[in-house]
Design a protein around this ligand. Sequence first.
Ligand code: SF4
Length: 365
Amino acid sequence: MAAMSEAELTPAETPTETPAETPTETVAGGTGKRVLLAAPRGYCAGVDRAVVTVEKALELYGPPVYVRKEIVHNKHVVQTLRARGAIFVDETDEVPEGATVIFSAHGVAPVVHSEAAARSLKTIDATCPLVTKVHREAVRFAAEDYDILLIGHEGHEEVVGTSGEAPEHITIVDGPADVDNLTVRDPSKVVWLSQTTLSVDETMETVRRLRERFPALSDPPSDDICYATQNRQLAVKQMAPDTDLMIVVGSRNSSNSVRLVEVALEHGARAGHLVDFAEEVDPAWFEGVQTVGVTSGASVPEILVRDVLALLADHGYADVRPVVAAQESLLFALPNELRRDLKARKGVEAASERHDGSYADHSLH
Ligand code: SF4
């Protein structure tokens, strides 16, 4: 897996040498029922940054704040932010002229920035920096006149955004089956890039097939599948062989969450289900089940996992054992535009305090 190096990961994000806490046989309440709980799971640095961006924007500018597409692919997050005054739209032409719009963590094509500028929108770009990295790679390889084979799911927002950086150079490869039908201008000048949230194993299979067809295929300069996707899949791979039932908390439009169910089944879990909320867990799934694996996608708040664990405890699965595949501590700074406004607001507050010793009206509107 040549391009899947860990060169860009800080030590904190690199899978550790520490062996996963090996599942051991225990008897909880005499039933032997247990839960293996994946770590890491849930929020990644890019999702955390995007959600906090919307929260801070609502605080700073006051509602409504417009968000193009779902800020992250999670029902609970979207419902919560909507209740606080975020308005989710599909395109910038639904945003009133001059209003504030936030771009989601999945990234946007340059044309979307142009459309927003044409409508005098104030934009805050919450694109995950690891997605931006792939955009930059696309721009660079296009400038060097490569044919870029972008492995990813056709129509996924991230893939639409990345391919919009250089549409005339990029061809989408939606899995190994797409490889045979590809044509390129010059087989000696071809590079592959990928969506950040794919199955590592399937992507490597696609790359293997691509290299069979194009032996001179170049690799991306560093991993495109992000650290969070890799770590969550790693934990699931460790748990799956001991798991009768894998419950993945996540939404159906969340690519990395869907991949976790697939990875679990490929690596030995006897059944696997994706649920948005604990209420979607069907007690019939517990028939004959001793070990339940639990994890969550990168856009899932921990409270939803806690709800699932509480439900499992109610059904006798109270013995919870962590399976630790990696340590994570990465954090991304908020988007520059927002940081600048937050700083300006702080300055206004400090000035108001100095002026009369109390807070004045802090509204920027
Ligand atoms: S899953 Fe990876 S690429 Fe996507 S937002 Fe999280 S860190 Fe960024």
